[in-house]
Write a protein that binds this ligand. Structure first.
Ligand SMILES: [Zn+2]
Length: 393
C-alpha cells in the first residue's frame, strides 16, 4: 500500500509516541479517546464514533455481544472485556447465562466494577464460562476470582494457562536477576535501570496472584459454540505464548484481543525466558491469518474502540514494522549495534528509565527478525554484549 507508507512516514512521530508496550511498559501512550485520531486511524472506521460504555455498564456492539470497559492504573489506562449471551447444556436442559471474554487485573477497583456489572447488566442470569485470550495480567488477572465466584470454568490455550500458572507462582520471567542479565547482554548498561529490573520480582503475581486449578483447552481452528453462534479460535504468536482470538463469521465479528489494535501497535518483545525468540516474525505471520476474514468484519480489540478496516490495519502494522526494520538494518550497516544502541532508532523521543527497560524487549525483537532473516549477523563481544552487524557480502 504505497499511500499508507507515505502517511505512515508523515505520521511517524505520532505513531511512535503511541507505540504499544502493553501493561509492561508505560511508554507515553495517548489513551484518551477524545484525543484526535492519528493519520492511520483516519483510514479505519469507528462505527460507534466516540461512544464508550459507561462505567459499570455493558454496551451492545453486535447481537448478543456487549462491550465492557474497565480502567487500568497504567499509561495504558483501560481494557475492553466482552460479555457474550450464552446457553450451555445443563443436567436439566439448557442453562441461560453469559460467557465473559477477559477479566482485568486483580485489584479492588476491578472487582467493584464487576460487582456493578453482575448487579445491573446480567438480566439476572449467571456467568457460565470465562474465556481468556492470553496470559497477560490485564486479561487473566481476575480469572481465579470470576471462576470461583460463579463456579464457572476457564477456557484458554494450554500454553498461556501454564505460563500464567508458573508466572503467578514465580519471581522471575518479567523481572529479577535473569531479566537484568538478559538486558545487560543486549547492551543496557545504566545501573539504575538494571537495579529497577532486578527489583521487579513480584510484578506478575502482584496482578495475577492466582489462576484457577483447572482449565478447558482452546486450540487453533477449534469452534466454540456461544449462544448458538459458532466462534472459531485463531491462534496468534509473538505477543503472548499462544494468544487466542475468536471469530464469528456469521456475525462478522472478531474478538482480536491484543493481536490487532486500532490506535497503538501491539507489544512484540523478546524476554529472557526465551532469549532467542523471533517474536516479530511470529507476530507478523500471525496477523496475516486474519486476512481471510470478511473485509467488513467488526473488530473488537482489547484496547481502543471497535473498528472496521481490519485489512487496512493489518497492512498498516506490516508497514510500520517494515519501516522500523529498515531503520535498524541501516543503523547496523553503518556501525555494529546492540539492542540498547537501537533504542533511539526505534523510539524517536526520550524514554524514562521504566520505558527504557521495556523498550529493550522490542528492540531485541527487531534485531532478531533481521538476524533470523540472515540480513544481520550476531557477535558476542568481549564485554559480554551482543552486537549485530551487516553480513559480509
Ligand atoms: Zn497482552
Amino acid at each position: 500500500m504505497g499511500s499508507t507508507r507515505v502517511t505512515a512516514a508523515a505520521n511517524g512521530a505520532a505513531y511512535n509516541a503511541s507505540h504499544h508496550i502493553d501493561v509492561y511498559v508505560n511508554v507515553n501512550y495517548g489513551t484518551k479517546e477524545a484525543a484526535p485520531m492519528n493519520l492511520l486511524e483516519q483510514q479505519l472506521h469507528y462505527p460507534l464514533g466516540d461512544t464508550l460504555p459507561a462505567a459499570g455498564t455493558a454496551l451492545e456492539v453486535a447481537p448478543g455481544v456487549r462491550w465492557i470497559r474497565m480502567s487500568l492504573p497504567f499509561a495504558l489506562d483501560h481494557i475492553n472485556l466482552w460479555l457474550l449471551r450464552d446457553e450451555l447444556d445443563g443436567p436439566d436442559g439448557k442453562v441461560q447465562g453469559w460467557t465473559v471474554v477477559d477479566c482485568c487485573i486483580t485489584r479492588d477497583e476491578a472487582k467493584a466494577q464487576w460487582e456493578q456489572i453482575f448487579a445491573t447488566q446480567l438480566e439476572g442470569l449467571p456467568i457460565l464460562r470465562i474465556i481468556v485470550t492470553h496470559m497477560h495480567p490485564d486479561h487473566i488477572g481476575l480469572a481465579h476470582w470470576l471462576c470461583e465466584r460463579w463456579n464457572a470454568p476457564l477456557w484458554i490455550s494450554s500454553t498461556d494457562y501454564h505460563t500464567a500458572l508458573i508466572a503467578s507462582q514465580s519471581t522471575t520471567g518479567f523481572g529479577g536477576e535473569d531479566t537484568a542479565r538478559f538486558f545487560a547482554s543486549h547492551g543496557l548498561a545504566d545501573p539504575e535501570s538494571l537495579d529497577k529490573i532486578r527489583g521487579r520480582t513480584r510484578y506478575y503475581p502482584g496482578m495475577v496472584p492466582d489462576v484457577p486449578r483447572r482449565f478447558h483447552r482452546l486450540m487453533d481452528g477449534q469452534t466454540v459454540r456461544i449462544g448458538g453462534q459458532a466462534w472459531r479460535c485463531i491462534s496468534g504468536y509473538g505477543h503472548a505464548p499462544e494468544h487466542m482470538a475468536l471469530s464469528c463469521e456469521a456475525l462478522k465479528v472478531l474478538i482480536s484481543g491484543d493481536m490487532v489494535l486500532p490506535r497503538i501497535s501491539t507489544n512484540v518483545a523478546v524476554y529472557d525466558g526465551e532469549p532467542e525468540a523471533d517474536s516479530l516474525k511470529l507476530f507478523l505471520d500471525s496477523i496475516d491469518k486474519f486476512r481471510h476474514l470478511d473485509a467488513d468484519t467488526l473488530t473488537l480489540p482489547s484496547h481502543g474502540k471497535p473498528f472496521r478496516g481490519l485489512h487496512t490495519r493489518i497492512d498498516q502494522l506490516h508497514d510500520h514494522h517494515r519501516e522500523r526494520l529498515a531503520e535498524v538494518l541501516q543503523a547496523c550497516t553503518e556501525k555494529p549495534g546492540s539492542a540498547a544502541d537501537m533504542l533511539p532508532v526505534l523510539f524517536k523521543r526520550p524514554l524514562d528509565l521504566h520505558q527504557t527497560t521495556f523498550a529493550m524487549g522490542e528492540s531485541v525483537a527487531h534485531l532478531h527478525a533481521l538476524w533470523f532473516a540472515n540480513l544481520l549477523q550476531r557477535t558476542l563481544e568481549a564485554d559480554g554484549v551482543y552486537r549485530f552487524s551487516a553480513r559480509p557480502a
